[in-house]
Design a protein around this ligand. Sequence first.
Ligand code: URA
Length: 484
Amino acid sequence: MASRTIRLRPGADLDGFRAAVRHLVADEIPPEAVTWAEGDAPSLFPDEPAAGPAAPALALPRAVATLVPAVLMHRDPERHGLLHRLIWRVAQGERHLAEVASDPLVHRLHLMRKAVGRDLHKMHAFLRFRWVGAGDGSGEGSRERFAAWFEPEHHILAEAAPFFAARFPSFDWSILTPDGSAQWDGRTLSFGPPGRREDVPEHDAFEAGWTDYYASTFNPARTNLAAMRAEMPKKYWHNMPETAAIPGLVRAAGQRVGAMIERAPEAPVKRVPARALAAMAAQEPASLEALNAIIRASEPLVPGATQAVLGEGRPGAAIAFVGEQPGDQEDLQGRPFVGPAGQLLSRALREAGIARRDAYLTNAVKHFKFEARGKRRIHQKPTAGEVAHYRWWLDRELAFVAPRLVVALGATAVLALSGRQVPITRARGPSDFGGKPFRGFVTVHPSYLLRLPDEARDEAYAGFVDDLRRAASLAADLAPSGAG
Ligand code: URA
């Protein structure tokens, strides 16, 4: 059997791999006969004078076609051979091979895809630009310039860069990595040779703001170094100005917790909302997990809550429910809608034919606000300013969950979703919340039903269940055709 050596461009050379594998399948050359190499001078078949005309495209199942580009980004030098083995077996008749998770080859390829996904997530979350200069004030040259140094584990630069072009379109930037660089000039994204860490300044004028923001959101009561390292591995710290504050914050955590306990309850912390919002927006978490990590690490706007209560349920759920804020039980258990109002909601959902586990439940405000009366903690309604403070999180959260329909439970949820104060009696029913990317529906909050006198409660409860039924049927109508 003739053996072949195939040399591709270093990194994720999708075009080269595709062309080569088409030839290999057309010529019936099995994986054992092929040696894959990476080098600067691309030459598909150095054993032959020319590769000849392009071989026909392969009709690969979708699961294979999506796996190939992801695995090609992995740094494992065996990636081409492994993918060739997969494609070879598929071409030999194992059409559904990529879905057989127990197959050792498929298992390994899926792990590689996951590792690449994690690396992309880290790059989106942990890359930090440093200011490198202002333009000269004329035309194109007047734009600010930024640069970032990053060391991805895999060949992900080309895949990751469009995210930064969409996120930071209005300044010129370069991302330098040991494998290659990306440049954005306001219009075009281009790629170039590797960069050097020393070409990116270690410090800039914005660093103090970042570090301050990080220190202000760092919650000493929940210092968990293992979780911090898992979420933000130490190897990325040197690129992130705010991490300079971590050792000091961790050392001081014990003392600060003691002081917090002695201090509580205390006057609300004075904040500068515009600055906090700008800092939050600059973080741009790349996933729901990353967003939740930020929320978890944040201190309550009004001191006292035990913990942030995050949304719960399936990302991709057809319906999401937005309440007001966690109550006493939710604050203690760390889960939304588990207290009396939550239990009433669960019952009404069941009666309306909505399985709670298939929905997504969250709150406009993520921390419990209360007034202490003796041992009791009495719920306090959040102010419009407090709701506005948490709106950025809610918007991002719903963007990640991407429900087709969002049900606002009560006026605070309507305010958070639409930015408008509207009485529930006027807003009740279908809504678009002023141009959100999902349909909306407004109904009462279950705690309103709990406050009603007995004689009015049954009828109001029946109306609430009716609303939930209408919402479920609206969500079903919004299902893409062919979806269940
Ligand atoms: N009320 C809410 O709005 N949310 C909860 O999680 C519990 C009660």
